[in-house]
Design a protein around this ligand. Structure first.
Ligand code: HEC
Ligand SMILES: [Cu+2]
Length: 491
């Protein structure tokens, strides 16, 4: 054996020390964002500060440039009637009057002094369970508060991430189903990376005595809630909270960050933005970042932070990709992006042809015998206002997906109903189309369309309402369509 190859004890020690040094330096170099604390519980807090809370879809300003503080959070619980969708009202139970409740933005090490007030007009006691709390019930145990009272409790935020808060008063499911949830963000010491826009979006499922769209003040339905048979699945508490005039906005070239939560109470969200790929997802709202994601799963009582850059102008649609929820239960929101086109990224339509595998015949929407019987039932004539209300609702359910939110249509595919010369020229023809669909070439406002509109299976009353709504919107000629006019066009 060659003696020199056996290290002496002193050589061995040197070797160990050296490699240890290398490891330590490497570790230090790779961890540039070195933490200034070893245990977040030891972070000293500075002066007291009142938290600025925001209503959805807005979020408070970043905390990167401030130190940890004693942060006073003030929240008021309100039970009040709100709008679920046009013509449908619901008694929401809320944190600060909105669903979801106010967004709370904190920084790791902050000591939160939480003031929870239960308005004297409220009927029930409530409390709050914040998933950002390390402590019994996430604060629920200390925050139980009767109407006309205020409770104060405090906690220190130790784990960076995006967390759900919710009411946890029995029956817990009912308090959550009525809208008692929101998000609290705990930023890391260095803050989140700066972006151009941040928004607050939270999904929730609702259970009403009447089915989707049934007008009036709708009561909570416990049986449907237990069976997880949701009538509404919505973003930010109602159908259309972020569509049309309320759509979120962004500009081409900007980076957008969405703080997305899911209050449940029951359903898991397959969160997707049509036309975008998430450059980054902070999975489950925690520290793990995934890249290049199409759809991210957001559990009930969970959250995610998604980030993307807007590369092309247009409408981007936020959906729960359990897709009937999006088009039939309300889980749909919109980002309108303005700016210059970038043909490199999206060239638009470069060729157009017609493909009609079924020979171009009008396709019938499948319609059950029950529905047929329902449609044949005579209904009392509605007033103009009633028709407008019902029509708007029906438009959102049956026509919007193709003809778009303001009747503007989609170029080369779906003709506009807004200021449509074709529509305004002949009401009987429009009734026939609403009843039986349409195929073959037509010209609307100088543009040719040659496509298929499937039959919509409308009752006389529905056709009269939706057409009255369309004729009395978007600069059309204000025709009022009656059930008699519809009957006359039935084949
Ligand atoms: C699946 C998509 C789709 C849906 C849903 C739909 N339409 Fe259409 N609609 C079309 C297409 C496509 C045409 C053009 C047909 C053609 O080229 O012959 C059209 C044409 C029309 C026209 C005549 C053209 C114009 O612009 O004035 C009217 C009126 C109309 N639709 C009303 C309605 C109403 C009312 C509803 C809801 C009850 C509805 N549509 C739902 C696709 C749709
Ligand atoms: Cu409650």
């Amino acid at each position: 054996m060659n003696q020199s190859s056996v290290p002496t004890p002193s050589k061995l020690l040197k070797g160990i020390l050296l490699s240890f040094l290398v490891i330590v330096t490497l570790a230090c170099n790779s961890d540039k964002k070195e933490k200034s604390y070893s245990d977040p519980a030891d972070i000293k807090v500075g002066m007291e500060m009142n938290a600025k809370l925001t209503a959805p879809p807005h979020v408070p300003t970043p905390t990167a440039r401030r130190s940890a503080k004693r942060l006073i959070v003030d929240m008021e619980i309100l039970e009040e009637v709100g709008t679920m969708t046009d013509g449908v009202e619901y008694v929401y139970w809320t944190f600060d009057g909105t669903v979801p409740g106010s967004f709370i933005r904190t920084k790791i090490g902050d000591e939160i002094e939480f003031h929870l007030k239960n308005h004297p007009d409220n009927k029930l006691p409530h409390n709050i369970d914040l998933h950002a709390v390390n402590g019994p019930g996430g604060g629920a145990v200390s925050s139980f508060v009767a109407p006309g009272h205020e409770t104060v409790f405090s906690f220190k935020v130790l784990n960076p991430g995006l967390y759900v808060y919710h009411c946890a008063t029995a029956p817990v499911g009912m308090h959550i189903a009525n809208g008692m949830y929101g998000l609290i963000l705990v930023e890391p010491e260095e803050g989140l990376e700066p972006v151009d826009r941040e928004y607050y979006v939270m999904q929730g499922d609702f259970y009403t005595k009447g089915d989707f769209g049934e007008p009036g003040l709708q009561a909570f339905d416990m049986k449907k809630a237990i069976e997880e048979d949701a009538d509404y699945v919505v973003f930010n508490g109602k159908v259309g909270a972020m569509t049309g005039d309320n759509a979120l906005t962004a500009k081409v070239g900007e980076t957008v960050r969405l703080f997305v939560g899911n209050g449940g109470p029951n359903l898991v969200s397959s969160f997707h933005v049509i036309g975008e790929i998430f450059d980054k997802v902070h999975m489950e709202g925690g520290s793990l970042i995934n890249e290049n994601v199409q759809t991210t799963l957001i559990p009930a009582g969970g959250a995610a932070i998604v980030e993307f850059k807007i590369d092309a102008p247009g409408e981007y649609i936020l959906v729960d990709h359990s897709i009937f929820r999006a088009f039939n239960k309300g889980a749909l929101a919109q980002i309108n992006a303005t700016g210059d086109e970038n043909k490199n990224v999206y060239a638009g339509k470069i060729q157009e042809g017609i493909y009609l595998p079924e020979g171009g015949d009008i396709q019938e929407m499948p319609i059950s015998e029950e529905e047929q019987a329902e449609n044949a039932k005579p209904v009392a004539n509605l007033t103009f206002d009633e028709k407008m209300e019902r029509g708007k609702n029906l438009y959102g359910r049956s026509c919007l997906a193709c003809h778009q939110s303001a009747g503007q249509g989609i170029a080369s595919a779906f003709p506009p109903l807004a200021k449509s010369d074709y529509l305004n020229a002949d009401v009987d023809r429009a009734i026939e189309i609403a009843l039986y669909g349409k195929t073959g070439e037509i010209t609307v406002n100088g543009e040719k369309y040659n496509s298929v509109m499937p039959s919509q299976g409308l009752s006389d009353e529905e056709a009269a309402s939706v057409l009255t709504y369309i004729y009395n919107s978007w600069d059309n000629n204000k025709t009022e369509v009656t059930q008699e006019m519809v009957k006359a066009q039935r084949r």
